[in-house]
Design a protein around this ligand. Structure first.
Ligand code: CA
Length: 237
């Protein structure tokens, strides 16, 4: 897997030894990691980097894990990021409140690295199917992420880097409609200014590369909303 495809995990924990251990174990398993030592830094990093998952300790300086969880859920940019809460033994009541405030799962300390990685993969699979996989499939399209190759119906499909990223995003979220602005954010990045119209140009190129003569158009245009990867394209477009 190339680094851009590895899921990014934000570790929020004030015990530096545990942070070191967590980073070591997660990076060994193919994740990228960033870390925050207090609640305020956690909010900042979550907003700036939009990680794929947050590992959130409950007891933190400045802002409690519970408050961090609430703020992540309140912000439209971060509200869909899965959160795994880390709790100490005897914090059962907090655990329930943690799940109530929007955490997806929790782990009680001490936990084994194997258990942690299994939980992270399970939560990621639910939240963004395909993210942790190396090969994506949709209908007759196969995307080999490691080899950077796309095939449809057995033939090679040649895509430019932007079309490749667009298709990867669609294949990671089949059936979901994305606005031009959302596609700009995930494919071009937050800091680049690109006209929303540019998305249409690249969608056209993607369609042209992907669809041969009598093949179904897999990209559905949703009027005034955006685009989706969908097999029902011809009937509903
Ligand atoms: Ca702590």
């Amino acid at each position: 897997m190339t680094s851009a495809l590895k899921p990014l995990v934000l570790i929020v924990e004030d015990e530096t030894d545990l942070v070191t251990l967590l980073r070591y174990n997660l990076e060994k398993e193919g994740f990228r990691t960033i870390a925050a030592g207090d609640g305020e830094e956690a909010i900042l990093l979550a907003n700036e980097q939009t990680p794929h998952l947050v590992l959130l300790d409950l007891m933190l300086p400045l802002l409690s894990g519970m408050e961090v969880c609430r703020q992540i859920r309140r912000n439209t940019k971060t509200r869909d990021i899965p959160i795994i809460m880390l709790t100490a033994r005897g914090e059962e009541a907090d655990r329930v409140r943690g799940l109530n405030c929007g955490a997806d799962d929790y782990l009680t300390k001490p936990f084994s690295p194997t258990e942690l990685v299994a939980r992270i993969r399970a939560v990621l699979r639910r939240a963004s199917p395909g993210l942790a996989e190396e090969t994506l499939r949709f209908d007759d399209v196969v995307m080999d992420l490691a080899g950077h190759r796309v095939r449809r119906n057995g033939r090679d499909v040649h895509l430019g880097p932007t079309e490749f990223r667009l298709l990867r995003h669609f294949m990671q979220h089949p059936g979901r409609v994305f606005s031009r602005e959302q596609l700009l954010d995930v494919v071009w990045g937050h800091d680049v200014y690109v006209e929303p119209r540019t998305v249409d140009v690249h969608i056209r190129r993607l369609r042209k590369a992907l669809n041969e003569d009598d093949e179904t158009d897999l990209i559905r245009t949703v009027r005034s909303a955006g685009y989706a990867l969908d097999v029902r394209s011809p009937a509903t477009a």
